[in-house]
Design a protein around this ligand. Sequence first.
Ligand code: FES
Ligand SMILES: [Fe+2]
Length: 419
Amino acid sequence: MLDVTPTPLQRLLRERRRGYSLPAEFYLSPEVFEADMAVIFGRHWIYVGVEPDVPEAGDVMVVDIGKTSVAIVRDDDGAVRAFHNVCRHRGARLVHEEKSTVGNLVCRYHSWTYDLTGALIHADHMGPDFRRGCHGLKPVHIRSLEGLLFVCLSDDPPADFDAMAARLGPYIAPHNIRDTKVAFQKDIIEPGNWKLTMENNRECYHCGANHPELTVPLFAYGFGFAPEEMDEHDRAQAERYGCLLRTHHGEWEAEGLPSKEIDELDTMITGFRTERLPLDGEGESHTIDTKAACRKLLGSLTNAKLGGLSVWTQPNSWHHFLGDHVVTFAVLPLDAERSLLRTKWLVHKDAIEGVDYDLANLTGVWEATNDQDSELVGICQQGVRSPAYEPGPYSPHTEMLVEKFCNWYVGRMAAHLGR
Ligand code: FES
Ligand SMILES: [Fe+2]
């Protein structure tokens, strides 16, 4: 007879209570972590970096997604390709540095040599029957969304990437990522499950109490609030913010910059959200004086006062597009209780450090914010380890996007594993 007894993970997915944080096993269990890597990171579009990570022919970037290492390569025709970073001879890892520049991809073990399209072009002593054409590097699906690079490890990637790109592309394009350079990259290992890192990013309920730098450019009223708890002063401030939002959206859209919210976080397989939000003070950038950090604006932008375009993609990224720079974040799980947060700051490719921008000023707000967030993720991970932890309620006013992240996660796991 067919065994229809649910697995422990299916039972957990079935019993998840909407509007509440997830049960502890989702943050602690090695078995759930393995399933996350197989289903979420193995079968969805994963944000890994930007085209300017590999600006020239022969540039290579290695990104590890769990046990899978991917080499992203700019080929001689300018196309960005991705391959499994595994030699087709006896499986040695091919590229070892995170960034390098090569003529061909040469395995150090027995010198099998692949060109930048992944074709095996040289393998000594293999005899007359050996067919080089059958031993090219295994390709990985890769797509560029106006310069943001996504890979999918599955042979059958979600088909709705194009639908996402069609709607998000016009928001991102004016910032012209392809014409930027990576001014700085910072990797942090956060002491928590990757879902806690994502959940923490999907709300700013914690910002007022924890992010003194970030809350200088960001308006508190953009984080959501409970109207019934507000006094007259708060209500006036919230109205002022709402008015500012509508006025700016009108102005920016008239300048050809799409700004209104799109939210498909839990309604598409390749879930995403975007909105351009006004900034406080000078309104120009995520800097401590709220002015542009880089004198050269991005793309063909001429107005620095564009607020911040925020973009979120499921399962592992968020991005802030300012007039003068872009900050982009990728979360790559390491094990059940540790996650890599990779942050890149992009400026116009012709901008010169020390002349057009000061690196400390460019990176200061988000370096501080990332460190604060990493600690918050850490205390949450400590808390969920306790037997006393039980899922707690989300705020309906400030944690809607956390709920949508969990809806998406549970929905995608159930779609692949069954509930
Ligand atoms: S394992 Fe790569 S050449 Fe032998
Ligand atoms: Fe935060």
